[in-house]
Each structure stands twice: as C-alpha cells, then as structure tokens.
Design a binder for this molecule. Structure first.
Ligand code: S3P
Length: 447
C-alpha cells in the first residue's frame, strides 16, 4: 500500500458536475479471473486499476495467465483454461483485498496445485474459515494461521468433489469461492443462499458461455447450480462504474445545498443498489437516467440534487446485503438527517476491512453525533443539521471509513481529517481529484 498520508476535508460551498467513477471492483476482479480461465483472449475495458484488483492481476499472472495493460482501463488477458492454472512459485500477496483472497482460494482449491496467501494487517485479521469449510468438503486441504486467518496455505483437490452448500452467512465471496472451485468438479455444484447477495459471478460466468442455473426454492431461498468442467469462452467485458464508489459523491451531493451531480454509467444491479433506494426513502432527490442492460448488468446515470431535508428511517434488515459496503457512507447521511436512523442486521460489518460498525460509531461520536451501537446495530440521532466535525478519524486501513468521513467533512462545521488516506488507493485511486473537480476541498493535512 502507498505511504501513510493524513487528509483533511473542509466545508464545500458548491458541488456540481458530471463525472465517471472508476470501474466496479467486484466485476473487475471477476473479469481478470474469468479471462484467465477462458481459452483465448479476453479484452476488458473500464477495469478498476486500484490496488485490490492489481493484486488479483498479479496472482493470475503468477498462476500462468498472460495479462497486459494496453492503455488506461483497457486490459488483455490470455487464459489457460479451467484446470490449467499452474502452481505459483512465490506466496500470493493479496494486500488489503478480501475478494481476491476468498475467490482465489476457491480457484486454487479446484486445481491440483498449492499456493500460500499473505496480506496486509487488515486482511490478516479477517475470517477465512467461512471459505475453508466448504472448500475442504470439496477436497482441498488448508493450513491456516490461528482462527482460520492469513497467512494460509491451500493444497487444491486432485479430484474436486461437487457439493451442495447452504451459505451460513450472506456472502457473495463465499458463494463465488464454492462456484469457482466447482468449475473444475465432475458433477453439479450447488450453492443455496437464503438472502440474495451480489450475483456478478453468476452473470459473468454466463457471459463467458457457462451454464449457471438459478432456481427459486419453496422456502424463499435460491439455489445456484453449476455443472463442472464447462469451458469458458472469452468475451469482451466493459466494466460499469462502481455503485459503492459512487456512494461517496452521491451522499456528498445529497447533503450539499444546491448540488447537482451526474455519475455516468454506474452499475445499478438491484443486488447492489440498496443505498440509493434508502437515500430516496430518507427524502433525497436521486434518480436513475438512461437505465439499460449491458452484458447482463444494469447500468444507469445516477443524478443527485442536493439540499432536500433528509429524515432518519428504520432500515429493513433484508436490504442489508444489497448495500453491505455502503454503511459508512449511509451513516454520514444519517448523521445529518432529522430524527433517528435505526440500522440492524449489521453483524457482517464487524469483519470488513475494519470493524466498520465500531469505526463509524467512534468517528461519528468524535464529530459530535449522538448514537447507540449494538452488537449488530447502529442507531444515529440526527438533528437535521451537519454535525460539528473538527476531529481526526482513525481509518484502521479501511478505504471506506476514510472516504466516508472525508465526505462528512464537506458539510460539517469544522474540517474533518483522516489519519491515513492511503487505503483509498485500494478501490478509488482518483477519489480526491474527482471530489475536488466537483467542488470539494480535500487535500493533505500539511498543505
Ligand atoms: C464482494 C462481496 C462482499 C463485499 C465485498 C465484495 C464480492 O463481501 O463486501 O466488498 O465482490 O463478492 P462478502 O461476500 O463478505 O459479503
């Protein structure tokens, strides 16, 4: 990760313009992985060139794929075919990226190779047993650090067993890890999910010509079935803008009087769009324009106009998976809204890049916001005005904590600083330039 850098965000008086946020992180990881598993050449445009995705590119190279950057966002991948990954010579360094780690653990588990995974201090605290358990059932062997954490080694299965697995947590990463291992199994691998999680793996596998069946079960769950040893056929992937990155300028725009921002060609897959629905219910002026489907993914221009009063609401916990990465941004909006915002079903936030529930609660309290944090809930009491601010926030190697509080600094009475802005490079390398182009005043603390 880049050198530690403290950043400060000062009050923004005007916020307007049309911008393109970087490519979707989830889709970018999958485009590189699936391109590397296809036979032949896959072209990817709009790839997110953040540190997390670059870790995936490096790992796929180390396992035999030929990957080159042609120009900004345009990448060419020559794949090795399912079953064709080679054993990496050195440990695979995953940086801060949980998605790279868990999905690649699935890929290695489905190949007759061994690999060691390492990561930064944040990633080394994150739970991996959730993928180890099903992948062991499929025949892979693991040696993990205490508590099922990184560094860990995987010995892939020689004969991958197709399993049926019901997800114990709503996690697209676990679902994808099992499906990716299942790509090289002899029978049909089934993942059952009780709550719908992001479905980019299913959609993109189909775009690569793989048959993936999705069945609605009587109990309301969904079964995703994949027959192993199908070939992936290369295709062109045009990565849409990341709705999780768009969340930051969108929330800033909703909070700033007179703001008008267009975020062009953002992914609005309904399993990712929970934040936008929620902001609308809180009273924000947000609309999707030019809605269309491109390569199986819904995209739209998101237009946000600021200055409408926001109201705190009680969030339906069933919506949580469709906005799992957006709670830091949403909490900033809730801190400026009128009345109480109650959010529950948030246990997964404790195992993200940081304990996000704690980091959000501590940061907001330091900015003068009244709130209660529960084991898996957060209740924020807004006053209808932006909070005082004037604090330095600990980001704990979490890009979204850093960006969320820099957004709050755009409206708080006193500037807000973050102790380390470098994790922003993992997902949104041009965050400061994009925000400042729209009118924000974010920069190094010493400037
Ligand atoms: C992701 C799934 C989510 C999300 C992460 C990306 C993915 O994680 O938080 O940023 O690309 O599959 P979980 O599967 O742990 O919920």
């Amino acid at each position: 990760m880049s050198a530690i850098s403290s950043l400060i965000s000062k009050k923004t008086t005007s916020f307007a313009g049309a911008v393109k946020v970087p490519g979707d992180k989830s889709i970018s990881h999958r485009a590189l992985m699936f391109g590397a598993l296809a036979v032949g050449e896959t072209m990817i445009s709009g790839l997110l060139e953040g540190e997390d995705v670059l870790c995936t590119a490096e790992a796929m190279r180390a396992m035999g794929a030929d990957i080159e950057k042609c120009s900004d966002g345009l990448w060419r991948v020559y794949g090795v075919g399912v079953g064709g990954l080679k054993q990496p010579e050195a440990p695979l360094y995953m940086g801060n990226s949980g998605t790279s780690t868990r999905l690649l653990m699935g890929l290695v588990a489905g190949h007759d190779i061994e690999a060691r995974f390492t990561g930064d201090a944040s990633l080394s605290k994150r739970p991996m047993n959730r993928v180890i358990k099903p992948l062991e059932m499929m025949g892979a062997e693991f040696e993990a650090s205490e508590g099922g954490r990184l560094p860990l080694s995987v010995k892939g299965a020689r004969d991958v067993l197709a399993i049926e697995y019901r997800l114990p947590v709503a996690s697209a990463q676990v679902k994808s890890a099992v499906l990716l291992a299942g790509l090289n199994a002899r029978g049909t691998t089934t993942v059952i999910e009780d709550k719908p999680t992001r479905d980019h793996t299913e959609k993109m596998l189909r775009a690569f010509g793989v048959k993936v069946l999705v069945e609605d079960l009587e109990d309301g769950a969904q079964a995703i079935r994949l027959l192993g040893q199908q070939e992936l056929c290369p295709c062109a992937v045009d990565v849409p803008g990341d709705p999780s990155s768009a969340a930051f300028p969108a929330v800033a725009a909703a909070l700033i009087d007179g703001a008008e921002v267009r975020l062009s060609r953002v992914g609005v897959n309904e399993r990712r769009a929970g934040l936008y629905k929620t902001l609308k219910e809180m009273g924000a002026d947000i609309c999707f324009e030019h809605e269309r489907v491109e390569a199986g993914e819904e995209v739209a221009d998101i237009v946000v106009r600021g200055g409408r009063p926001l109201q705190g609401i009680t969030l339906d916990p069933a919506r949580v998976p469709s906005m799992i990465d957006e709670f830091p941004a949403l909490a900033m909006a809730a801190a400026c809204a009128q009345g109480t915002m109650h959010m529950s079903g948030l246990a997964e936030l404790r195992v993200k890049e940081s304990d996000r529930l704690l980091m959000v609660a501590k940061g907001l309290e330091a900015c003068g916001v009244s709130l209660e944090m529960g084991e898996d809930s957060l209740t924020i009491h807004g006053t209808g005005k932006p909070p005082r601010g004037g604090a330095t926030i600990a980001t704990a190697l979490d890009h979204r904590i850093a960006m969320a509080f820099l957004v709050l600094g755009c409206v708080s009475d006193e500037p807000i600083s973050v102790d380390d802005g470098s994790p922003i490079q993992t997902s949104f390398p041009n965050f400061i330039a994009l925000m400042n182009d729209l009118g924000a005043a974010i920069g190094p603390v010493d400037a």
